[in-house]
Design a protein around this ligand. Structure first.
Ligand SMILES: Cc1cc2nc3c(=O)[nH]c(=O)nc-3n(C[C@H](O)[C@H](O)[C@H](O)COP(=O)(O)O)c2cc1C
Length: 174
């Protein structure tokens, strides 16, 4: 199987957050998609090892920020390469507490929405969460950052990402 056959799938770049017993956390996620219109439902895949997964699996609440195309790589690094087990990712980052109690990150975000987990599926390394969107707002008229643009900016995804590209696959193409 040629891993590159999957590389042409398009994604955005998002921050998915949650809160459990007063402990908030969030992570970069490229796998957010809308899966139904009425009721509005979304789905996203979180790695089982991630702190966000640990909290969200139990809390059942989430918020999603759609990142702007001009989001600095350093900002993505904080939420996408560091763990909330080691740092407070929200320190100095603009956000508000949503109706679900989740932190809704507004910094570098063009829209934010939140909701509750409707169902979840074990897909191996990751859990696929499906959720009802209960509220949402547009923050700016900016353009969303795409996964393709992120790669064009020399961004990479860590092993925890479902779309991780092993370095050898980028040269061997097998
Ligand atoms: C561009 C990019 C896309 C990512 N996509 C996902 C994803 O869809 N699902 C996932 O579980 N992790 C994804 N990650 C990895 C997590 O953001 C990363 O493992 C994070 O450090 C987890 O933090 P936590 O332990 O605080 O939850 C992605 C990272 C980057 C940089």
């Amino acid at each position: 199987m040629d891993p590159k056959s999957l590389w042409s799938i398009s994604y955005g770049i998002f921050i998915v957050t949650t809160v459990l017993d007063g402990k908030a956390n969030g992570q970069i996620t490229n796998t957010v998609i809308q899966v139904s219109a009425d009721p509005p439902r979304v789905a996203f895949a979180l790695n089982k090892e991630n702190f966000t997964h640990e909290l969200l699996y139990k809390s059942g609440v989430f918020a999603v920020s759609v990142l702007d195309e001009n989001t600095p790589m350093k900002f993505i690094g904080t939420f996408g390469f560091k763990s909330g087990r080691d740092i407070d990712k929200f320190e100095g980052v603009a956000h508000f507490e949503g109706t679900t109690g989740c932190p809704c990150v507004t910094e570098n975000a063009i829209a934010v929405f939140e909701g509750r987990v409707f169902d979840k599926m074990d897909v191996g390394t990751h859990t696929l969460f499906a959720g009802d969107v209960t509220s949402g707002k547009v923050l700016t008229d900016g353009k969303p950052l795409t996964y393709a643009q992120y790669h064009a900016n020399k961004g990479v995804a860590p092993k925890a990402a479902p779309t991780y590209r092993a370095p050898e696959s980028q040269t061997k193409g097998d």
